[in-house]
Design a protein around this ligand. Structure first.
Ligand code: FAD
Length: 546
């Protein structure tokens, strides 16, 4: 019988173990987990701290006794694998409670050791007793008991990513005044800046203090205060450090397994390292970006679970492979949902890849049915082939399904021209007869077919400064409520009567509230022989972004 050792018993490791057993009753499967728990719900931890999840036991998806019995596994917790000897095909295991070290032989290894929070050497960090990171049950218990015991009034969250913002909300739910400090100019890196801006406004609305474009310089007074690089000083009772994770690659490095630029363990499409008997999955590995095919690190639960199942299939001789990670992700930020899939503009710019962008602002379901709320939806694609590079959405309702549909379209190889043809479920409480995803497809197709040309929110100010003409086609009361400085107001329904006022020789720019009336205006002007471009996303995208 084959002896398979799994290192790390949570998301990827547990999934692999269960599937291995379902495919083969004979193999000898051992899971080594250095912590106390296997298969716990990492993703639920912030919500237990915040009190939305009240029952701690519900976070423990599987326990050692039940899982061992159900799947006939040898599960050893408090057991850290400290070395792999590839020549002798054995591992050295340390019982972290007793300190005892012993050896275990193997035929195959599955590495699923995950990634740990990055803790940079900020001056004073080692003395900060009130500083926490969040990865596992132990961290959660520590944070929860600190809050219960010390009743902190103020907290600083360092890092505005998923975990940082989820924790900001959950600490706020505990009545704590929260400040988020983020080094880049925006929170939520998977979004582009103008989409993140919606979240910036919302966080501030909820009473979260947001410090962007500033990093922590030092932690002082045993963690009681923080000094930023730009000289902000704040007092705090609790610090949550969440600036990202780094792969647990020490074992792999020691064993001479290849790792990538950012330390991720390198595997082929069969999830095999450069040693054919050692496989690796989850947060610890480097994956290929599904969209641009470049190596990257995407530490999320879907890839870990998918790879966990696939690696078991592969070990059992099935002809399957891992096709790369799209990076589809979602998070709740107070009343908003933030979701994205594929590549954003920042990534495409870094790769020097040309692309086209559209922003639309449809409502979540039929406008006449109560409760409809706007969704800001952004689609990034190739203008020639229609290949969908990525999408981002922010809104208070039904953001998840729009991104999920687009993620499915990308994996299915559909182009923006296929999106209008997706026949999606519709009744007024759920959607519109033209779903936002269909609408995004229509708008993108119009651009591909040359029916309309657009400019982006970040381009218009420069155009106006250079003497360009921008016509705002909204109604007078909308114009009164705010407009782009330098624009001229001509409401859409008057446009046909005022064509003589407009210059024929230069490109005319038009804008409306969200881009739709601008498109109609652009068509009228184009049909009358004008050169015209519509401001993509309209006043709404422009105003939010600035
Ligand atoms: P893990 O689940 O981290 O498991 C690795 C295990 O290996 C650890 O328990 C570790 O103790 C053990 N280990 C490491 N080295 C050794 C060793 N040498 N010997 C023995 N054991 C070892 N993802 C999402 O997609 N959506 C979310 O909403 C989301 N929310 C999250 C919230 C939080 C607070 C956190 C921390 C993560 C969240 N994630 C989320 C990420 C998701 O949890 C991870 O992508 C996923 O758990 C990765 O699985 P993994 O098996 O690679 O690693």
């Amino acid at each position: 019988t084959e002896k398979i050792i799994i290192i790390g018993g949570v998301a990827g490791g547990s999934t692999a173990a269960a599937r291995l057993r379902r495919l083969n009753e004979e193999s000898n499967i051992i899971i080594f987990e250095k912590g106390e728990y296997i298969s716990f719900a990492n993703c639920g931890l912030p919500y237990y701290i915040g009190g939305t999840i009240t029952d701690r036991d519900k976070l423990l998806v599987q326990n050692v006794k039940d899982m061992s019995l159900r799947y006939n596994l040898d599960i050893r917790i408090f057991s850290e694998v400290i070395k792999i000897d590839r020549q002798a095909k054995k591992v050295f295991v340390k019982n972290v409670q007793s300190g005892e070290i012993y050896e275990e032989t193997y035929d195959k290894i599955i590495l699923s050791p995950g990634a740990r929070p990055v803790v940079p050497p900020i001056p004073g960090i080692d003395k900060a007793k009130t500083l926490f990171t969040l990865r596992n049950m132990e961290d959660t218990d520590r944070i929860k008991s600190f809050i219960n015991k010390h009743l902190p009034r103020k907290a600083v969250v360092i890092g505005g990513g998923f975990i940082g913002l989820e924790m900001a909300e959950n600490l706020h739910d505990q009545g704590i005044k929260v400040t988020v400090v983020e080094m880049s100019e925006q929170v939520m890196a998977p979004l582009d800046k103008e989409m993140a801006a919606i979240i910036h406004n919302h966080l501030q609305e909820k009473g979260i203090e947001l410090i962007l474009g500033d990093g922590v310089k030092s932690i002082e007074n045993n963690g009681q205060s923080i000094l930023t690089q730009k000289g902000n000083k704040m007092e705090t009772d609790l610090i949550l450090l969440s600036i990202g994770v780094r792969p647990e690659n020490e074992l792999a490095l020691q064993a001479g397994l290849r790792t990538g630029k950012r330390g991720g363990i390198q595997v082929n499409q069969k999830l095999q390292t450069n040693d054919p008997s050692i496989f690796a999955i989850g947060d610890a590995i480097e994956v290929n970006d599904f969209t641009n095919k470049q190596p990257t690190m995407i530490p999320l639960a879907w890839p870990a679970n998918r790879q966990g199942r696939l690696v078991a299939d592969i070990i059992n001789g099935k002809d399957v492979q891992y096709n790369g990670t799209l990076g589809t992700s979602i998070a709740k930020v107070f009343d908003y949902t933030v979701a994205s899939t594929g590549n954003n503009e920042k990534i495409l710019n870094r790769l020097g890849k040309p692309y086209e962008v559209i922003h639309i602002h449809p409502v979540s379901h039929a406008g006449y049915y109560p409760g409809a709320v706007p969704i800001a939806l952004k689609l990034i694609f190739d203008k020639t082939s229609g290949t969908i590079y990525g999408a981002q959405a922010v809104g208070k309702d039904s953001v998840d399904k729009r991104i999920d549909v687009i993620a499915t379209a990308i994996k299915g190889g559909l182009t923006v021209k296929d999106l209008p043809d997706l026949e999606l479920a519709y009744a007024p409480p759920y959607s519109s007869a033209k779903d936002p995803v269909n609408m995004a497809g229509y708008v993108a197709s119009n651009i591909m077919e040359g029916e309309v040309d657009t400019i982006q929110w970040h381009e218009i100010d420069r155009i106006l400064a250079d003497g360009g003409t921008l016509i705002d086609v909204r109604r007078p009361e909308e114009w009164e409520n705010g407009h782009i400085t330098g624009a001229t107001s001509i409401p859409l329904d008057e446009l046909r009567d005022r064509l003589d006022d407009l210059p024929k020789e230069e490109t005319i720019y038009v804008n409306c509230q969200v881009g739709l009336r601008g498109y109609i205006a652009a068509r009228i002007l184009a049909e009358n022989g004008f050169k015209v471009k519509n401001l993509d996303g309209g006043w709404k995208t422009y105003e939010t972004a600035l």
